[in-house]
Structure formats: C-alpha cells, structure tokens
Design a protein around this ligand. Structure first.
Ligand code: ADP
Ligand code: MG
Length: 331
C-alpha cells in the first residue's frame, strides 16, 4: 500500500486547537494592510500572476491566510477571485509559473508544503480543497456518486478511472460509510440515491460542501456558497460553515452577500482588478475608502461564476491527474 493512502498522513483539521475569541484578538492586533503577515498562516502566496491574452486577471504580490479562521475574499465581479481560487488549488496555472528548469517566480505553500508545481489532486492531498458546482454531468450522477468523487485519496473510487475499480473494494466500503455519515450531517441522507441534478439550489450547495469534506481538508474554499440559495436554507449553510471553523477547518470563501461576510468572517481580503487592495477586520475593511472606490469603479458586467471556469476542461484535468496517480501507485 502506498504511503499516500494512509489517512493519518493527511493534516487532520481536528489537530488544531480552536479558540475563536483568542484568534480574533490576535487578528485585531494586525496592521490592516494588503499582504500583512498572520500569526500562523496555513496558506502563503507569493507573486501569482494570471494573464488571459493582454488582460491581467490575477496579480497577487503576497497573501497569508490565517489557520483556523474564516477568511472572506470579496471584490467586484471580474476582480479575479475565482481565477485566484483555481490557481492556488492547481486547477489553473499561473502565467509566471515555475518550470522544472527556470520559469517564473510564482510560489505558494500550504501547510508547510510547497505547491508551486503541483496539480489539483496534489493540492487536495495537501489538504486544500475547493468546492465546485454541480455541472450537468455531475447532475446526472446520484448524490452518493457525487460524494465518492470527493474522496481524493481514493483514485480507484473516482468515476473517471472506473476500470481500476476492483483494486479498491475495501476503500470503497470505507468511503461509502464516510459519505453516508456526511450526508446525515448535511441532511441529505434521504436523497442518497437521487440524481444530484434534481436537488434544490440550496441542497446542491450542501452537497458541494459535503463532497469537499470527503477528503478531510485542512482548508475548504467555497466560491459563492450562497448564490442561488433559498433564504430558508441560508442559515443552515452559515451554521455549517461556522461549525467547520469551530472544528478547526480553515475556511476561505468568496461571497457577494456583505451581510453574510460581516456575520461570519474573522478576516476579509479585498481584490480588485486582480490585486489585493485591502485586508482587515470585517467591521472596518468594507467601509474603507479603497474598497468603496473599487466597487464603484468596477464594471458591473455579468459574473462568470464557476460553471464557466470549471467546465469539462477542468474535469478532464482532474481525470488525467487521477489516472497518473493510479499508474504511479500500481508501478
Ligand atoms: N478562461 C478565461 N479566459 C479569458 N478570460 C477569463 C477566463 N477566466 C476569467 N477570465 C477573466 O478574468 C477576469 C477575472 O475573472 P474571475 O476570476 O471570474 O473574477 P471574479 O470571480 O472575481 O468575478 C475577468 O475579467 C474574466 O473575464
Ligand atoms: Mg467568481
């Protein structure tokens, strides 16, 4: 059995002793400037750039995300938030990416592990997982099948490499048990065998979150968790997010709903035109002049949302990454 299949090796969220008040007090003492050092960063990013043609979508000099905190990433549409998520989780590569020999100066590390030249499945193994929306293809799978896709340490269970399935029968049973436990927690257990596409908007968001938890991430990244959610379900989503933080999972989320941002985040990072333009406490940062200017000056065009960023190309990239890992482990 390869080392990577040992669950204990993964940085468990539960290892982190969480005291929200102590954390907030520490954060209150920080200077509220872009790139400010955190007491205990779980993610540190240096010089990440992403250009599309002549346009610079992301240009982040330095960012640290505090371990154990809920950090909100806000900014007007087109600011580069989703692209930034894709870059650090390995779904996209920086334009200034480091190469095997030479290349650019992009660099980031998570939980002490440099991720500068790794892909999405390695980022997930390091403990950093982003949710992605239910695409049409995923909607045609059952709720349980969707959960099993989230079990990142178990490539054989990944539906993209179904031919390898017999190799992983024992892990499959464990993954199913884990999936069922999470479905109960998210009140989706009655929907286990339903098509994911038939869930309500809010239930889809819960499933996206539950799926991400299959790999026991140290940090979960949520891109607009409240988008399209019926108000009756928003409180439940908020509770789930705060419960994750209280268990020691670091949360980084993008959200347009400023009420939610103020209500649950411990720290807020503001992006505009690809750059981090402000960082600070939720009580103060959103009213700062730089932030108000950024929103007023932004083009209010349609948000791309993650469906556009995470299309079949991305799914294919995951599949390729997983297939390569299976090959490696069978060697
Ligand atoms: N695949 C892509 N091809 C070309 N331009 C893109 C692509 N993805 C994002 N962009 C552009 O990059 C900018 C940042 O987009 P995005 O990261 O989706 O912003 P946000 O999530 O903050 O709304 C936007 O101008 C968007 O049009
Ligand atoms: Mg976006």
């Amino acid at each position: 059995m390869s080392e990577s299949m040992t669950a204990a090796r993964r940085p468990g969220a539960q290892d982190y002793p969480y005291d929200r008040e102590a954390l907030r007090t520490e954060l209150r003492g920080l200077e509220q400037v872009p790139g400010v050092s955190k007491p205990d960063p779980i993610l540190t990013v240096d010089r990440i750039e992403r250009r599309f043609g002549g346009m610079t979508a992301v240009n982040v000099e330095h960012l640290e995300v505090q371990r154990g905190a809920i950090t909100a990433l806000i900014g007007p549409n087109g600011a580069g938030k989703t692209t930034f998520f894709n870059l650090i989780t390995g779904f996209d590569q920086p334009s200034n990416a480091k190469k095997l020999i030479g290349g650019g100066d992009a660099s980031w590390s998570f939980n002490g592990k440099r991720l500068t030249r790794t892909g999405a499945s390695q980022a997930a193994r390091a403990g950093m997982v982003r949710t992605f929306q239910l695409t049409k293809a995923l909607g045609r799978m059952t709720v349980l099948e969707n959960m099993l896709i989230g079990a990142s340490d178990q490539p054989g269970e990944n539906l993209f490499v179904a031919p390898f399935k017999p190799l992983w029968a024992k892990r499959e049973r464990e993954n199913i048990a884990k999936a069922e436990e999470l479905l109960v927690r998210f009140k989706l257990d009655a929907k286990r065998d339903d098509m994911a596409g038939d869930l309500s908007g809010g239930q889809k968001k819960l499933l996206e979150m539950a799926r991400a938890l299959m790999s026991d991430p140290a940090m979960i990244m949520l891109d607009e968790p409240m988008a399209g959610v019926n108000p009756a379900l928003t409180q439940s989503l908020l509770d789930h997010i705060q419960a994750l933080r209280d268990e020691g999972t670091t949360v980084l989320f993008v959200e347009h709903d400023m009420h939610m941002v103020r209500h649950i985040s411990d720290w807020v990072v503001v992006m505009a035109q690809g750059e981090i333009i402000a960082e600070g406490l939720p009580e103060t940062v959103m009213t700062s002049e730089a932030v108000v200017d950024a929103y007023l000056g932004a083009h209010h065009d349609k948000d791309l949302g993650d469906d556009d960023a995470l299309t079949t190309g991305v799914m294919r990239a995951i599949a390729t990454g997983v297939a390569e890992e299976v090959e490696e482990e069978n060697r």
